[in-house]
Design a protein around this ligand. Structure first.
Ligand code: NAP
Length: 347
């Protein structure tokens, strides 16, 4: 049992924070981070203190570590690394956040976060789920990325063929299953035979392709073998060779939902896509997807995921590592591919 129910941080006067010590150049190194212990903040009126129980480790965090233009400001040097957390209010000078209330918010990898009135933290109802971690996975941003990314950006129609890269991961495994529930033929790309086996046996993809050690041409041929008529929807999580190979297999009028480019997140030189001309050849569309654009519709998306769950048509996995001391190793799993499901750190 990885979730210890009421297991709480025992030191009530201090907090531990996983902070950014230096901006990573390429692949992040342990020395780019520091584990800092400091006194708990003193609350002002309107503020409250959250005892974080779980932090969501997302590939997007890598982008926030760079001093580069993005949809969010970079994490300042010396500050705790930004992450979504679920936790419990343990002290409060805000009438809307009583002690004991469970909350979800954009906070940081730290044992305690300062909540402020009008901030990005809101209450959650634990009676709805078997575990608070589900607010970081299937019912959280990951689930919403899969749902809105596929249905709104991918615009799939029953009978079409869907290609998903990063298919064994948190977002990708859900995308494949949502696609299947909509009557799509699903093809997943993942790293290694074990993950490919999971794609077929657990996430019920129709076909699985192992990308490891393959050239663009080999991947292109593998996709063609799985989808001889081409693909109608590409849900792209990886970029690089996966995207280039996918672009060579488009059908007329196909859609590419650009969700992530994880193969490039640690590259100093971005490779980019080389086969974009195929979009012209096939009158195809490529569109970036940013899940926070769908924030006002999260309740609707969560309702759709809940329907799939209760119909028994959806399995999801969470990979929970324990302890803030393990934050770096847990984060790096995302880039090594050693996470089996949504990567979460129990604090
Ligand atoms: P995840 O897929 O659970 O974990 C990351 C996986 O990426 C790894 O397990 C690994 O799987 C794969 N990977 C890592 N480095 C790779 C490389 N160089 N080449 C190919 N595959 C590599 O993570 P996630 O949270 O579901 O995120 C998946 C993607 O969605 C990311 O690109 C993320 O940025 C994106 N995303 C976007 C949004 C948005 O709003 N646009 C929201 C959430 C997530 P293998 O073992 O198969 O290599």
């Amino acid at each position: 049992m990885w979730w210890m129910g009421d297991a709480a941080v025992t030191d009530t006067t201090k907090r531990k924070r996983f902070t950014l010590a230096a901006r990573p150049q390429g692949v992040p190194q342990q020395r780019d981070f520091a584990l800092v212990e400091e006194a708990l903040p003193v609350l002002q009126d309107g503020q409250f203190l959250i005892e974080n129980r779980f932090a969501s480790l997302d590939p997007a965090i890598r982008g926030w570590l760079d001093d580069a233009p993005s949809y969010m400001p970079p994490v300042p040097l010396g500050e705790a690394v930004r992450a979504t957390t679920v936790g419990v209010v343990c002290d409060s000078r805000n009438p809307d956040f009583a002690v004991g209330q469970w909350v979800l918010g954009l906070n940081a990898i730290e044992t305690h976060s300062l909540g402020v009135a009008g901030g990005f933290t809101g209450p959650i109802d634990l009676s709805l789920v078997p575990s608070p971690t589900h607010f970081l996975s299937v019912l959280g941003a990951v689930g919403m990325t899969a749902w809105f990314g596929l249905t709104e950006v991918g615009q799939p129609k029953a009978g079409e063929t869907l290609l998903v890269s990063g298919a064994a991961g948190a977002v990708g495994s859900l995308v494949g299953q949502i696609g299947r529930s909509m009557g799509l033929k699903t093809i997943g790309i993942a790293g290694g035979p074990e993950k490919c086996r999971r794609l077929i046996e657990r996430y019920r993809f129709d076909a699985a392709i192992d990308y490891r050690g393959k050239s663009v041409q080999q991947l292109e041929a593998d996709i063609r073998a799985a989808a001889p008529g081409g693909v109608d929807v590409v849900f792209e999580n990886v970029g690089g060779a996966c995207l280039d190979a996918a672009l060579m297999n488009l059908r007329h009028g196909s859609r590419v939902a650009l969700c992530g480019l994880i193969s490039e997140y640690n590259s100093v030189e971005k490779l980019g896509a080389r086969n974009l001309w195929q979009l012209i050849v096939h009158s195809a569309r490529i569109q970036g997807l940013l899940v926070r654009d769908y924030l006002p519709r999260f309740a609707e998306g969560a309702g759709e995921m809940a329907k799939l769950l209760s119909a028994g048509g959806l399995v999801f996995d969470e990979h929970v590592d324990v302890g803030i001391d393990n934050a770096f190793a847990a984060f790096m799993r995302l880039f090594e591919g050693s996470n089996d499901g949504k990567m979460i750190l129990q604090l």
